[in-house]
Design a protein around this ligand. Structure first.
Ligand code: HEC
Length: 154
């Protein structure tokens, strides 16, 4: 029926990926509140006083599997929380049980994310944040939209 089936499928896939990333942006900024420590752009500038500065994710290169493991499990021995309630239990974390991670067990995040939320969040970060370099006006406008005066500072 569709002779150009391949490209049609590819277009659908591209559209689906965009929707996933849009949903992931909401997890980033709202549901999980990653921006409180990492900043809206992910550059590690916390959004308010009292939050630990997170890593500058714009400089970090991670593959999807490693990124999702960090989201679910946190980073042992640091302030990076785990966002799965089952981390170090039924959710595998760096090959360590709760007993093995012991005192290094990261803080528990305020929410426990579903697999879909973790997938969408990773899609967003890989598309817009991770390894994307310095924040520019384009990055800001992409995040806040063209009418937001906040981006005039760039
Ligand atoms: C309470 C503050 C806080 C919150 C909330 C937080 N992080 Fe972090 N995050 C950190 C800190 C601190 C580090 C640095 C850990 C270290 O010293 O290596 C970190 C590290 C990371 C890393 C590893 C970077 C690397 O160098 O490999 C990733 C990826 C990450 N955070 C993603 C997220 C995502 C996604 C969310 C939301 C689901 C989130 N963080 C929420 C504080 C936070």
């Amino acid at each position: 029926m569709f002779t150009a089936g391949g490209s049609w499928a590819a277009e659908l896939e591209g559209a689906a990926a965009l929707l996933d990333a849009e949903a992931g942006k909401r997890v980033w900024s709202q549901t999980a509140g990653c921006i409180r420590c990492h900043g809206w752009s992910g550059d590690g500038t916390p959004e308010g006083p009292g939050f630990a500065a997170g890593a500058d994710l714009r400089k970090v290169v991670l593959d999807p599997t490693a990124l999702k493991e960090i989201i679910r499990c946190g980073v042992p021995g640091t302030g990076m929380p785990s966002f799965s309630r089952n981390a170090y239990g039924t959710v595998a974390c760096f090959g360590m049980t709760a007993a093995q991670v012991g005192q290094q067990k990261p803080p528990v995040g305020e929410v426990s994310l579903t697999d879909t939320q973790v997938d969408n969040l990773a899609a967003y970060l890989l598309a817009k944040v991770m390894n994307r370099g310095a924040v520019t006006k384009e990055v800001c406008v992409d995040y806040y939209g063209p009418t937001n005066a906040f981006c005039n500072r760039y």
